[in-house]
Design a protein around this ligand. Structure first.
Ligand code: ARG
Length: 461
């Protein structure tokens, strides 16, 4: 059944039908399509464009169709062009004449613009819940690992000591920004395109503000041509999902490194790891690798839609139908990755001793040794040179700075005294870094408090 057979004299070519049809994927938002239609006819009745009786019949028909689809009693079949035609045809089948009035004052162009916005709004809610859950997991780990020392890296070389709490806190900041971007998008996109018609509004006395209110929008969109051809909010969504995936991917990369035999900072739970078909000893971090890998397809969706949109004249063009599979896939991918990553993190065991050993072994306290000299009146550049010589000595002796005798320290600079050992101990090195945002415990406790309040506010929203 077609919505537009009237002016045609021939059957549509089968391949053309298949190529043009979107029902294979836009059935994903049948619920939103029906919700939008109910709001539309409610407004039409209020405006006297439909009778109250017609409205009731249509709403009852749409509700029964929605229930039947949900129960699997009404399978969505591919002979229809899209979900809009499918619902309308079944409505007419079920309630007769009144069903033919559903599409009064509406085009599929404003209809699909609405459906997609409603769908994205619902998905933003789910993404927020998953992200919030992950942040709660992270907050728990941060509280647990305030005293878990580990090396901090630059250039993947051991640099200065931090704690696991502090390292995880970096990801917390990234996820907080991701969450904020979701809120921001939700706010900016929340205007209702319904009533824009095909491109130039309609001649019926629609009450667009009323429809917008019925559907929880902040108001109607302000230009009918933009309303049917705006896909900015999808580009913003794909862009924020790309950034979110990039964060997950970096975290995964670290989990993969840390899980390797060389680092052994973390042990993934058996339930979140996989084996090899040939090498019996292997326990592989496939989940982390897959999340890292799937980041590529989310980026691809963003670039693909940007490319689709860049040459389109106003207003609606069929190219825009391409927005759906790309967005659906990116959303589903991000949701899946968020919950799997959360599970992997919750069940992983961090090897505190191994992390501490690694922080002790790699001269991560060399800066602190230089700072010690500066505190005793040596200019920083000279101190840097002195500690450089000490490091060379340690490399020769295959030991850490902490293992040198006081005589050895003094052989390079007489400024050193007994208290050097305390000054370069791991705990001193971390504790002394007490500025806001640094790994020292007092500073971290402040951050944990800020996070707790933020997560609480977001959970209440
Ligand atoms: N399936 C179409 C889409 O996703 C719906 C809008 C169709 N409008 C039209 N004039 N052909 O964009």
């Amino acid at each position: 059944m077609k919505l537009w057979g009237g002016r045609f004299t021939k059957e549509t070519n089968k391949l053309v039908h298949n190529f043009n049809a979107s029902i294979g994927f836009d059935q994903k938002f049948y619920h939103q399509d029906i919700r939008g239609s109910i709001a539309h006819v409610t407004m039409l009745a209020k405006q006297g464009i439909l009778t109250e009786e017609e409205r009731e019949k249509i709403v009852a028909g749409l509700t029964s169709i929605e229930q039947d689809i949900a129960l699997g009693a009404l399978p969505i079949d591919g002979t229809y062009e899209d979900i809009h035609s499918f619902v309308e045809a079944h409505l007419i089948q079920r309630i007769g004449e009144a069903g033919k009035k559903l599409h009064t004052g509406r085009s599929r162009n404003d209809q699909v613009a609405l459906d997609m916005k409603l769908y994205v709004r619902d998905e933003i809610k789910e993404l927020k819940a998953l992200l919030l859950h992950l942040m709660h997991t992270l907050q728990g780990l941060m509280e647990e690992h305030l005293d878990t020392f580990m090396p901090g890296f630059t250039h993947l070389q051991k640099a200065q000591p931090v704690t696991l709490s502090h390292h995880l806190g970096a990801y917390m900041e990234m996820f907080k920004r991701d969450f904020d971007r979701l809120l921001d998008l939700r706010k900016r996109m929340n205007y209702c395109p319904l009533g824009a018609g095909a491109l130039a509004g309609t001649t019926y006395p629609l009450d667009r503000a009323y429809t917008a209110r019925l559907l929880d929008f902040d108001g109607p969109t302000l230009n009918s041509m933009d309303s049917v051809s705006d896909r900015d909010y999808l580009l913003e969504l794909l862009s924020l999902l790309s950034i979110l995936m990039m964060h997950l991917s970096r975290f995964c990369e670290e989990m993969i490194l840390w899980n390797s035999n060389e680092y052994r900072f973390v042990e993934l739970d058996d339930a979140f790891a996989t084996g090899s078909s040939i090498m019996p000893q292997k326990k592989n971090p496939d989940i982390a690798e897959l999340i890292r890998g799937k980041t590529g397809r989310v980026y691809a969706a963003l670039i693909s839609l940007l490319t689709t949109m860049k040459g389109l004249p106003l207003a609606y063009n069929k190219d825009m139908q391409e927005d759906k599979e790309l967005s659906f896939d990116a959303i589903d991918t991000a949701k899946g990755c968020l919950s799997l990553f959360d599970g992997m993190l919750q069940t992983a065991t961090f090897r505190k001793e191994q992390m501490k050993k690694s922080a002790t072994g790699g001269f991560t306290n060399a800066t602190d040794a230089a700072d010690y000299l500066v505190n005793h009146g040596v200019a920083f550049r000279d101190a840097h040179g002195i500690v450089g010589q000490l490091v060379l000595l340690c490399i020769e002796k295959k030991c850490a700075l902490d293992d040198l005798t006081l005589e050895e320290f003094r052989s390079i600079s007489p400024v050193f005294d007994e208290d050097i050992y305390d000054a370069i101990s791991l705990s001193t090195c971390v504790e002394k870094r007490g500025t806001l945002g640094a790994p020292g415990k007092q500073a971290m406790l402040q951050i944990l408090e800020i996070n707790r309040n933020q997560l609480h506010t977001w959970s209440e929203m």
